[in-house]
Design a protein. Structure first.
Length: 263
């Protein structure tokens, strides 16, 4: 029987607990000879690997001991796959969103290494579930995913003025400056926002506020994995609270009549 050629599977490990990974990712982990994982991948996800699998922490963690450069990660992937091994590159969340997947794909293509990609639950989805904030609604149909490290203030402001939703990853450290710039660009201080930290983990927390209130109160960044959700849809949890506190309807459920529906 011909030897199976080495290959790489780039997978999304979700926001933390193993219960959030897909069946396809679980299968890839069980079959991996080598696993290169992000620093924030859940411990129970790593426990799904075979006992004899080689496990390498390639977390970036700039300024932290043991941080691995992307070029080194790429080199390890290529070296191990070239030896006929199945290499799993295990990302936190989804590899296509701030996972530097494009750089890894370029390197694999350049070195003629076969690969496939398996998606994962991204932090925005986990934060939405944790905070009960829908990322889109019928009145807020547009969404912008952006990085707090390199924000496009005019683009963010335009989406918010159009009643859309902005999800800002890696924004905790830069949030006060971002909000000040948004206000200067015409975004109202009444726009609601939520800071969701460690979504789906035991340390999960959500803070609901408004642009003006957070600027007034101040914001202290921490070491948690946080993102910020801004926009009209962020007010949904408060609406839900009011509905729960309201007396039950006496005449059954209420919904909008579909457009064009005949009675």
């Amino acid at each position: 029987m011909a030897a199976v050629p080495g290959h790489v599977t780039i997978v999304g490990g979700g926001p933390g607990p193993a219960e959030h990974i897909t069946l396809a990712v679980a299968k890839a982990l069980r079959e991996a000879d080598v696993c290169l994982h992000d620093r924030m991948v859940g411990k129970d996800v790593l426990e799904m690997l075979r006992k004899d699998a080689s496990v390498v922490d390639v977390g970036k963690g700039w300024g932290k001991p043991g941080a691995v450069m992307q070029m080194a990660c790429n080199a390890i992937m290529t070296r191990e796959a070239a030896q006929g091994k199945h290499v799993v590159r295990l990302h936190t969340g989804d590899p296509s969103i701030y996972g530097r997947m494009e750089e890894e794909l370029r390197h694999l293509a350049l070195n003629k290494i076969p690969y496939k990609i398996l998606p994962g639950v991204t932090a925005a989805s986990a934060a939405s579930a944790a905070s009960h904030i829908p990322l889109t609604t019928r009145t807020s149909p547009n969404i912008l995913i952006t990085s707090g490290q390199r924000p496009s203030i005019p683009t963010m402001a335009a989406v918010l003025k159009d009643r859309g939703t902005v999800v800002s990853y890696m924004s905790s450290k830069y949030l006060p400056s971002i909000l000040q710039q948004l206000v200067a660009d015409g975004v109202k201080g009444t726009v609601p926002l939520a800071i969701v930290s460690d979504a789906s983990r035991s340390t999960e927390s959500t803070k609901i506020s408004t642009v003006a209130s957070l600027l007034k109160e101040g914001h202290q960044p921490d070491e948690k994995q946080s993102l910020c959700i801004l926009g009209e849809a962020t007010g949904v949890p408060e609406t839900l609270k009011k509905l729960r506190d309201h007396e039950p309807f006496d005449d059954g459920p209420v919904w909008d009549e579909p457009s064009g529906c005949k009675k």
